[in-house]
Design a protein around this ligand. Structure first.
Ligand SMILES: NC(=O)c1ccc[n+]([C@@H]2O[C@H](COP(=O)([O-])OP(=O)(O)OC[C@H]3O[C@@H](n4cnc5c(N)ncnc54)[C@H](O)[C@@H]3O)[C@@H](O)[C@H]2O)c1
Length: 343
C-alpha cells in the first residue's frame, strides 16, 4: 500500500511514523512548506516527498490529510475525484454544506472517506461506552467534558473548530445518537477575532441527556477530563492520568422516598474503582483500521457520515455564538451507533 501523508506538521508527522511502521506500507510525504519537506526527508529517508497533492496522486493508493482545517474539503475532493481513498483529520470540513457534499461525493466515487476521530479508537472511551451500554451507570444524567490548556492558537479556525470536534465525537459515540439542539458561548480574549475560550451545551432530546463542553486555548492548567454522571454511578475519564484514566465512583444523590419533588436529598458514598484499560496507541488502532477498510473492505467505524455529524454541530455552535440563542439541528436522523472498533 502506498500512503501519502498530506501535511507533515505536528499531527501529520505522527501519522507518518505510525503508517511507516505498519507492514507492507510505503509512505510518501506531501507538504507545501519546503522546511517541512526537508524535515520529513531527514526523518524518513526512504519516503518520496511532494510539494502538492496533485503531484502525489498518481503514485499513492490512499492519503491521510493532516493540514489546517480550512484546506480539508478541497484536498479531500481532489483525492476522491482521482479515486484515492482518504483518511482526513478532524474536523472533516468547516461548513455543514461542504461536509454534506463530501459524504455524497465519497459515495459516488466508491472510495473510503474516513475521519480521524481519534478518541473513537481509544480504549478508555470504549470502556465508558461499555459501562453505559451495560447500564453500570444507571440512567445517564449528563456528560461534562473539559479540554483546556495554554493551547496553540490556530490561524484558520477558532477554538470550537480546533478542539470541540473531539468532545462532540466522544459524546455522539458514547450516547449512540446525535444532538437535536446546540447552544454556545465564547469570547476572543488574547487575539482580536479568534474565540479562544468557549462553552457548548448539546441537547440530546430524544434520550433526555445533556452534554456540556468547555474548550480553551487560554488556561494555565492542562485538563482533559470527561465525566459521565448516571443515576447509579459516575465515571470520570482523565486523559492526563498515567495509571488511573477512568475512575468509577459509586456515589449518587437521591431525593428522600424516591420523590424528586421533595427535599432533603440523600447522598450515597461508596467505592471508587479504576478498571484496567488496554493502552494500545489510539492513532495506531485508527490508522490500522483505515488500511483494513481500504485493503479488506472492512466497515468503517468513523465514516464520512460521522464527520458530517460532528461538523454540523460545530457549525451550529458557531451560529449560536453569533445569535446568542440555541440552534436546532433540523436534520434529526439519528446516526446509526457505530460498531465498537475491535482493539
Ligand atoms: N486527532 C488529533 O488528536 C489531532 C491532534 C492535533 C491536530 N489534529 C488535526 O490535524 C490537522 C493538522 O494539525 P497540525 O497541528 O498538525 O497542524 P500544523 O500546522 O502543525 O501542520 C500542518 C502542515 O500542513 C502543511 N500544509 C498546509 N496546507 C497544505 C496543503 N494545501 N498541501 C500540503 N501541505 C499543506 C503545512 O505546511 C504544515 O506542515 C488539523 O486538522 C488538526 O485539527 C488532530
Amino acid at each position: 500500500m502506498r500512503i501519502g501523508v498530506v501535511g507533515f506538521g505536528y499531527w501529520g508527522s505522527k501519522h507518518a511514523r505510525v503508517m511507516g511502521g505498519l507492514p507492507d506500507v510505503n509512505v510518501a510525504i506531501v507538504d507545501s512548506d519546503e522546511d517541512r519537506r526537508l524535515s520529513a526527508a531527514m526523518t524518513f529517508p526512504a519516503a518520496t516527498t511532494f510539494s502538492n497533492l496533485d503531484e502525489a496522486l498518481h503514485c499513492v493508493d490512499a492519503v491521510v490529510i493532516a493540514t489546517p482545517p480550512r484546506s480539508h474539503a478541497p484536498l479531500i475532493k481532489q483525492a476522491l475525484l482521482a479515486g484515492v481513498h482518504v483518511l482526513v483529520e478532524k474536523p472533516m470540513a468547516t461548513s455543514t454544506a461542504e461536509a454534506a457534499e463530501l459524504v455524497d461525493l465519497a459515495e459516488r466515487c466508491g472510495v473510503v472517506l474516513m475521519v480521524g476521530h481519534t478518541f473513537e479508537y481509544n480504549g478508555a472511551v470504549w470502556r465508558l461506552r461499555e459501562m453505559i451500554d451495560r447500564g453500570d451507570l444507571g440512567r445517564i444524567f449528563y456528560i461534562d467534558s473539559s479540554r483546556l490548556s495554554l493551547g496553540l492558537y490556530q490561524s484558520d479556525v477558532n477554538v470550537l473548530w480546533d478542539l470541540a470536534p473531539h468532545d462532540v465525537s466522544i459524546a455522539n459515540y458514547l450516547l449512540g445518537t446525535t444532538p437535536t439542539q446546540v447552544s454556545a458561548w465564547g469570547t476572543a480574549h488574547a487575539s482580536r477575532d479568534m474565540v479562544d475560550v468557549a462553552h457548548m451545551r448539546l441537547d440530546y432530546e430524544s434520550i433526555g441527556v445533556t452534554a456540556y463542553i468547555h474548550v480553551s486555548w487560554l488556561d494555565p492548567a492542562k485538563v482533559r477530563r470527561i465525566t459521565v454522571a448516571g443515576s447509579a454511578r459516575m465515571a470520570v475519564y482523565d486523559d492526563t492520568s498515567a495509571d488511573e484514566r477512568i475512575r468509577v465512583y459509586d456515589k449518587g444523590v437521591e431525593a428522600e422516598a424516591g420523590d424528586q419533588q421533595h427535599f432533603p436529598m440523600t447522598y450515597r458514598h461508596g467505592d471508587i474503582v479504576s478498571p484496567y484499560l488496554s493502552m494500545e496507541e489510539p492513532l495506531l488502532v485508527e490508522d490500522r483500521h483505515f488500511l483494513a477498510c481500504v485493503r479488506d473492505g472492512d466497515l468503517c467505524n468513523t465514516p464520512a457520515r460521522s464527520g458530517y455529524e460532528v461538523v454540523r454541530v460545530i457549525d451550529a455552535a458557531n451560529l449560536a455564538l453569533e445569535t446568542g440563542g440555541p440552534v436546532p439541528l433540523l436534520d434529526e436522523a439519528a446516526a446509526t451507533p457505530p460498531a465498537l472498533p475491535v482493539g
